[in-house]
Design a binder for this molecule. Structure first.
Ligand SMILES: NC(=O)c1ccc[n+]([C@@H]2O[C@H](COP(=O)([O-])OP(=O)(O)OC[C@H]3O[C@@H](n4cnc5c(N)ncnc54)[C@H](OP(=O)(O)O)[C@@H]3O)[C@@H](O)[C@H]2O)c1
Length: 289
């Protein structure tokens, strides 16, 4: 099975590229192909002839999307639909990464795949519109929503906390938003299983358990052995940001369990995250086609 990963230079895509063994994989970043360029996408698909395309590319800066909605829509929605059309042209299946931010956060129990989407920021809206647009092109695609992604390399909450902890002994972190952290390598392994199982429809995947950003930060500094760093709880209103975030965006795992997949609790991933951060043991390189 030939697989094409679009977004292979990102937090998830790079882990996916490194974790995927046994099948011929092509990974591309934005410098190889901009997903806003449909002709380039068609050319890429014609050259790679993938049987599966995994679309992990997106404009993921949530506040940046709020400030530049045009770019958010061109990349996250129109660009994603262009990938779906290019995939259809060569008969490739498609797995599209979506987000917990398609939900408004009004629930207090985990979001099911058929719960109503009602994003409260531009990023979430661009992904929700992409989900609809992609399904019109490829009704049997797989849409995988995930949340609070993190990994040793790249821009993510734990890396920001550990960098801030180098400079400050007291950090203020929001305690009234709940979600489920998701380690990029665990999600990568889940995606590989789903592709091999020929998954379709809307699915949710995150590490098990839930926490607030405050609790997540406390666990991170503890895992890093930074006993002298104090984490202070604040409310969302204390840290005004351009994009509104859902107060609760925990994803139900029922859809994943139907494929026999169980992701471990997020707390159990932190040792792997820390040892990769310190040792960086993974060496497989990203290869453009
Ligand atoms: N991060 C999270 O917390 C989170 C939560 C829920 C869902 N997700 C979703 O999960 C997926 C992976 O997220 P991530 O955190 O791994 O993203 P990321 O680290 O920000 O990486 C984004 C990837 O998209 C590529 N890209 C950006 N604009 C592009 C364009 N116009 N054309 C082609 N490629 C482009 C980047 O390429 P270059 O690096 O080469 O520019 C990079 O490979 C995304 O769909 C995201 O929406 C993420």
């Amino acid at each position: 099975m030939r697989v094409l990963i679009i977004g292979a230079t990102g937090l998830l895509g790079s882990a996916l590229f490194e974790e995927w063994n046994g099948e011929p994989i092509t990974g591309v970043g934005s410098r190889d192909v901009d997903i806003r360029d449909e002709a380039k996408l068609r050319d890429l698909h014609a050259r790679c002839r993938p049987e599966w395309t995994v679309l992990a590319a997106a404009y993921t800066d949530v506040d940046g999307c709020e400030k530049d909605p045009g770019r958010a829509y061109e990349v996250n929605c129109t660009g994603a639909v262009k990938v779906a059309r290019a995939s259809r042209e060569v008969g490739s299946r498609l797995l599209f990464l979506s987000t917990d931010y398609v939900f408004d956060g009004g629930k207090t129990t985990p979001y099911e795949t058929d719960d109503t989407v009602n994003p409260n920021n531009v990023y979430g809206q661009s992904k929700a519109d992409a989900e609809r647009g992609i399904r019109e092109v490829l009704p049997h695609c797989c849409i995988l929503r995930t949340s609070w992604l993190f990994g040793a390399k790249g821009r993510c909450f734990p890396n920001t906390i550990l960098e801030a902890a180098q400079r400050h002994k007291k950090l203020s972190v929001v305690a009234d938003q709940m979600g489920s952290p998701t380690f990029n390598r665990d999600l990568a392994r889940t995606i590989i299983k789903l592709v091999r199982a020929d998954a379709q429809g809307i699915l949710h995947a995150s590490n098990a358990g839930k926490c607030s950003w405050f609790e997540f930060a406390r666990h991170i500094v503890r895992a890093a052995g930074l006993a002298d760093v104090e984490i202070e709880q604040i409310r969302t209103e204390d840290l005004p940001r351009p994009a509104q975030r859902p107060k609760y965006s925990v994803l139900s795992h029922t859809s994943l369990q139907r494929y026999g997949i169980h992701m471990r609790p997020w707390q159990e991933t932190l040792d792997d995250y820390m040892s990769e951060r310190l040792g960086m043991p993974h060496v497989r390189q990203h290869v453009a086609p």
